[in-house]
Write a protein that binds this ligand. Structure first.
Ligand code: NAI
Length: 261
């Protein structure tokens, strides 16, 4: 049985993953703003350092895997773009860099990062936004979407997920990750019924866009099913999976990009 760090463990898909791992006999060190083994605010550098430190202490510096599910969706609010940037990108990269040696210590660790199908279906995400994330420049990432006004949270959301997916793919193949036996992969869900989506559906302007969005199989995804995908991507079946972004989105990505191969 393994020891797994799971961020966003108090709600939605992170919670589904934590429940399934615990039901399978594994030890889970949950990280969240509340109701977690490690209560930490991933929107600040200090909170991220605390999460790194406390998870390492709780795991004895050895992790069989990590699931990075903490995230914020697009929502109105002046400070929202910064929060999205801090949690969705730096709340993944800073933690994984801090846990890397503990993951390497396990010998065959698996990591699943939550991306999103917004990465391929959101038009007009500026290259400079993604570039700023990858350079670690949160100020530039936030300022680069200001001109989008009310849609800036949606643009920086997609930008944060594109950047984190690119970070996963770039890092996954490096000697410090693949070479250290760590399988780094991402999962890109479509609209999944969780508190995050419920909040968006309660906002009339967003609800209209979400409900009219093409989903070939129809409806919304189920958090438990996404949890099953994560558990699969943490299992031995994923030994040969490295740097992949797995879309589980009811067909929206294929609808828009069938010929992009
Ligand atoms: P959720 O809102 O149900 O759960 C997210 C968790 O992250 C919450 O427990 C929340 O407290 C935690 N979190 C937020 N800010 C935090 C902070 N500053 N510090 C620590 N923890 C924090 O969301 P859901 O839907 O389960 O999302 C999980 C992941 O999947 C997110 O990264 C999200 O962007 C992504 N995703 C969700 C989709 C959906 O339709 N639900 C679609 C595509 C991607």
């Amino acid at each position: 049985m393994g020891v797994y760090a799971v961020t966003g463990s108090a709600s939605g898909m992170g919670r589904a993953v934590a429940d399934k791992l615990r039901a399978g006999g594994h030890t889970v060190i949950g990280v969240d703003l509340r109701e977690a083994d490690v209560v930490a605010d991933l929107s600040t550098a200090r909170g991220r350092e605390q999460a790194v430190r406390e998870v390492l202490a709780a795991s004895g510096d050895r992790l069989d895997g990590a699931v990075l599910a903490a995230g914020l969706g697009p929502a109105p609010g002046k400070d929202r773009p910064r929060l999205i940037a801090e949690v969705n990108y730096f709340g993944v990269v800073d933690l994984l860099e801090g846990w890397r040696d503990a993951l390497a210590a396990a010998g065959n660790a698996k990591v699943v990062v939550f991306s999103s199908n917004s990465t391929t279906v959101t038009p007009a995400v500026p290259r400079r936004t993604v570039g700023a994330f990858l350079r670690g420049d949160v100020e530039r990432a936030v300022s680069s979407v200001r001109m989008f006004g009310k849609t800036s949270p949606a643009i920086i959301y997609a930008g944060s997920k594109i950047a984190v997916s690119r970070w996963v793919r770039r890092s996954a193949v490096q000697p410090e990750w693949a070479g250290a036996g760590i399988r780094l992969n991402a999962l890109a869900p479509g609209a999944i019924m969780t508190p995050l989506l419920e909040t968006q559906l309660a906002t009339p302007s967003e609800a209209k866009a979400i409900r009219s969005f093409p989903v070939p199989v129809g409806g919304f995804g189920d958090a438990g099913q996404l949890g099953d995908w994560v558990v699969f991507m943490l299992s031995d079946a994923a030994d040969f999976l490295c740097g992949s972004v797995v879309f589980v989105d009811g067909g929206s990505d294929a609808y828009f990009r069938a010929d992009d191969w």
